[in-house]
Design a protein around this ligand. Structure first.
Ligand code: PBG
Length: 329
């Protein structure tokens, strides 16, 4: 005897499956990370991120227009800073004519409605490759927060709609909120990387920006004193709740796929939008396996993004945004 309920009835045909699907992806779900470099006509493919490029400002306008035409409404900007401009305090980060500031202006000129989010952290500007200032072999919290707050104001002054602190210093959301408000940028939003883990999946990103921590005597070789231990779950809730209390408009869990349990718990714990960053290493794994013919690229991309959304992501920062839009249309 079969049971009266047969669950397969709801899976019989594409039509019924479409009707009862619980999670749907749309272009509105995605934030598009972009890597910006100095120079002219630059379009360098990142070795560990096939199909992803560092582009110079002259290519940035056309790029964001193309993204907008696809229905993608937000970019998350990262810059590759020339080595000679790096120092311990991230001085170049505050340059009103710095690459990030010019990149923001460039996007806004090319596509005024495109939402511009900027990465706020010192690592691309740091001679040590750290997100904060190094003193006596340690990453010092409060002096770093001071610089991050100034950096956020500088980005808002350039026209950024949102700032996205990815550094994991304590108290930086509050520091940034107060500085933005004080400078009159009350409408600039904060998307804080609240539960950001000390993950090995950031490798390709550090290749893209040449921003890996520099091993040596003077500074720690990794980011474990500020990014979270992958073993911890409660800490993610605590970090996220504190960021909301400090004024974060949106929070983030990062990386994505290995941390979907955290995504769900964070989604249940706070009442602001939750974004998830599907990071560079996640992108690289799919590309590498697909290139060898070991995985069906398109199917895996959609399955992973669907899983991230099902886990509780309201927004997903992903290098697959273009692929996803193509596959959804
Ligand atoms: C830097 C930053 C990192 C990423 C986003 N912002 C790297 C890091 O913390 O070392 C990683 C994104 C990715 O891997 O795609 N603050």
């Amino acid at each position: 005897m079969y049971p009266l309920r047969r669950n397969r009835r709801l899976r019989t045909s594409p039509s019924i499956r479409d009707l009862v699907r619980e999670t749907r992806l749309s272009p509105d779900d995605f934030l598009v990370p972009l890597f910006v470099a100095e120079g002219k006509g630059v379009r360098d493919e990142i070795a560990s991120m096939p199909g992803y490029f560092r582009i110079s400002l002259d290519g940035l306008g056309p790029e964001v227009k193309a993204l907008w035409a696809l229905g993608l409404k937000s970019v998350l900007l990262f810059v590759k800073v020339p080595d000679n401009l790096k120092d311990n305090k991230g001085t170049e980060a505050l340059n009103p004519k710095g690459l990030m500031q010019r990149a923001v202006q460039c996007v806004k000129e090319a596509c005024p409605q495109m939402l511009v989010m900027t990465d706020v952290a010192l690592d691309p500007y740091s001679s040590f490759g750290h997100d904060g200032i190094v003193q006596g072999g340690r990453i010092v919290n409060d002096p770093t927060v001071q610089v991050l707050a100034e950096m956020a104001v500088s980005h808002a002054a350039a026209g950024a709609d949102w700032v996205a602190p990815s550094d994991m210093m304590d108290g930086r959301v509050r520091g940034i909120r107060e500085a933005l408000d004080h400078a009159g940028y009350t409408e600039a939003g904060i998307m804080s990387y609240s539960a950001k883990y000390a993950s090995a999946f950031y490798g390709p990103f550090r290749d893209a920006l040449d921003s890996a921590p520099v091993a040596g005597q003077e500074a720690p070789a990794d980011k474990k004193t500020y990014q979270m231990d992958p073993a911890n779950r409660l800490e993610a809730i605590r970090e996220t709740r504190m960021d909301v209390a400090e004024g974060a408009d949106m929070v983030m869990v990062k990386p994505g796929l290995c941390y979907l349990d955290i995504v769900r718990e964070v989604r249940n714990a706070v009442d602001v939008p939750v974004s998830v960053y599907q990071v560079s290493g996640e992108y690289a794994m799919v590309k590498a396996a697909a290139q060898r013919g070991w995985l069906d690229h398109d199917a895996v991309v959609l399955e992973q993004l669907t899983a991230i959304k099902r886990a509780g992501a309201d927004l997903i920062a992903t290098y697959f945004a273009r692929d996803a839009v193509r596959l959804l249309s």
